[in-house]
Design a protein around this ligand. Sequence first.
Ligand code: ADP
Length: 542
Amino acid sequence: MQANPGDARRRWLPHLAVLVGLAVIYFLAGKLGLSLAFVNRSVTSVWPPSGISLAAILLLGYRVWPGIFLGAFLVNITTAGSVITCLGIATGNTLEAVMGAWLVNRFASGSDAFRRPRDIFKFAALAGGLSTAVCAAIGVLSLAATGYADWAAFGQTWLTWWLGDGIGVILVAPPLILWASDRRVKWKPHKAVEAVLLLSLLLVVSTVVFGRWSHGRNYPLEFLSTPVLLWAAFRFGPRDTALMILVLSGVAIRGTLAGLGPFARSSPNTSLLLLQLYTGTVALVAISVAAIVAERRRSEWQLHETERQLSRYNADLEHFAYAASHDLQEPLRNITLFTQLMADQHGKQLGSEARTFMDHIVEEGERMNAIIEGLLKYTRLGGSDAIHFELVSMNDALNRAQENLGAAIGDSGAQVHCNGLPAVRGDREHLVRLFQNLIGNAIKYRSQAPPLISVAAHRNGQEWIFAVSDNGIGIDPRYGKRVFELFERLHGSHTSGVGIGLAISKRIVELHRGRIWVESQPGAGSAFKFTIPAETEQSFIV
Ligand code: ADP
């Protein structure tokens, strides 16, 4: 099969365009940097190409290295030095970007380095400190070996080169990488106004510190930029903070070169070195703070999402339980009914053993029906329209609960005492059910003596505490919490209980923004207590 030359061209052309584009950008940024070269025509403390080339490899891959090499060679050959010198420098510059990118990819999460403060510091140390030191050494060696730099000034030249490249990495790579990874600006109008205010304040502050106003004063006011950058970090995130720092750096370099601001010294190179150290440090701190804030926001959002998902699963599960219970109810009723009919009509012919079995079937059927009824009530309480608030007299609620329990109270000889209860904002039907469950249990779990039940309430700050106390068999305090869980039964053999009543009671109380608990000892009776917020002063004792 013959390779299609058209295909190869289509593949190569875009890549070639990227390489040429990168070389041009590198060249222009390099020329800008070298226009601020003071110790040697080829060495400057302001070197944005180091950040550009690192960002290019991290974003586009190692294969863009020829563009960096070409740009570096051209910028140097058009400035000073022989072809050999410039090839040496270009090799150093290319190695710096490749090595820096490899280290960041390997140890600092690559182009995701600005998501976590730990990676930001690794990025600064490895790409800003280590690979730039190697490049500075190769560059100064190339210059000195070919006679374009003085061996005696090796140390100072290397330091200027290293700092220039290092700060270039820290200042220029983050905004490029962050903006390339996320270019969307989804600000609401108030956020856009805030961004304009922030940028204006930054310009005002940087002009005050580094502009004409500071002429002759040279006050150490550089700290004034800190609150502005923190504002950016807290409200806008790493991407916009990195851009703000670039703006600050531009204004600061311009002012410092004009002999203005806190870093202006007699030597422009010293002034720029001091300024670059300051801007680099501020950038590192501000971007780290922005990353911490962004990380926290992400965790909060994740937590919120998990919570939402959980409650959705919960709702689905409850919906399933509701549907299943509902569908089971009808056949179960029929089984119980027909068994009952059979026992009534044909019981004599079938004999006593068969009758006993049928009684068991009816009993179990009724029990299962009670479980289903309970589950339906429980799941209904989870719905969004589960509660209808109104002013409810708790005395009325208690009276209705007693009416509903008429037979159980009569059969057991129970006595219910109450000296008056307040009114609360709540759901009348649910509050009747709550009393019904608690008094019903007090009757079910009675001791030998007839049940004595007292219902009382007292105000505790912003809430009412209600207590339903009995003289029954009591509960071991170890199980005090468990009894409120679904299907938990402590006295299994004691009654026909199914373990849903207290779970329903807990839900009802929680729907009223209250708490429920039990105070009890085995053999010493129980006091079930629950709170309901006392929201209005209209609450009264009737
Ligand atoms: P059920 O009564 O249907 O079993 P509940 O959820 O109402 O279900 O109660 C859960 C368990 O708590 C009961 O099985 C019982 O062991 C215990 N319990 C509830 N109320 C009392 C009480 N007043 N005295 C003693 N034990 C109680």
